[in-house]
Design a binder for this molecule. Structure first.
Ligand code: HEM
Length: 145
């Protein structure tokens, strides 16, 4: 009688994931921020063509963007700890907040030769952040941390 040994497969558990409330917090902030960055040039177009009330809307949306991007920094810290996600997200969120803050300051001081082009950078960065927040990579915790 021969004995056969069946190889025991290595047990691989589910990959560690970020708690859902943290990824949802990121999304709930990132999507309205991206939408605001897309809406801002439309609002600007309206006030430069004569609808002066739209300047107030532009300023209020800017305040919202500053608060949302600052909250994203807090959410990114939670993503890192206790979420066990990549700490690089704190840097990315911090840069996004600084871009929005710089954009608001340039607008308030009417430095339009920088305010116009920076709007594209802000919009691209905000849309990229929102897209990333719904990607599978955003759910992945760093193993062994
Ligand atoms: C992307 C995000 C943007 C933010 C956060 C932002 C923010 C601001 C802020 C805070 C002001 C000062 C408002 C006030 O003094 O009441 C301003 C002014 C202005 N913004 Fe923006 N802005 C953005 C995008 C844009 C875009 C895309 C355009 C045009 C293509 C634009 C055109 C202007 C103009 C023309 C002014 C000066 C208005 C005036 O003469 O009083 N902004 N912006």
């Amino acid at each position: 009688m021969s004995t056969t040994t069946t190889p025991v497969p290595e047990t691989v558990g589910d990959p560690p994931t970020i708690p859902g409330w943290i990824t949802w917090t990121l999304r709930v902030l990132a999507f309205p921020l991206a939408a605001s960055a897309i809406v801002q040039p439309i609002v600007a177009g309206l006030f430069v063509t004569g609808d002066v009330a739209m300047l107030l809307v532009h300023a209020l949306v800017a305040v919202f963007m500053a608060l949302a991007s600052l909250s994203l920094v807090v959410a990114a810290v939670l993503y890192w700890r206790p979420g066990r996600g990549s700490g690089r997200l704190v840097l990315r969120a911090g840069i996004l907040f600084l871009l929005v803050a710089a954009q608001a300051v340039l607008g308030a001081f009417r430095i339009l030769e920088l305010h116009f082009p920076l709007a594209f950078v802000v919009a691209a960065a905000a849309v990229a952040f929102a897209r990333w927040s719904v990607s599978p990579a955003a759910r992945r915790a760093e193993a062994g941390r």
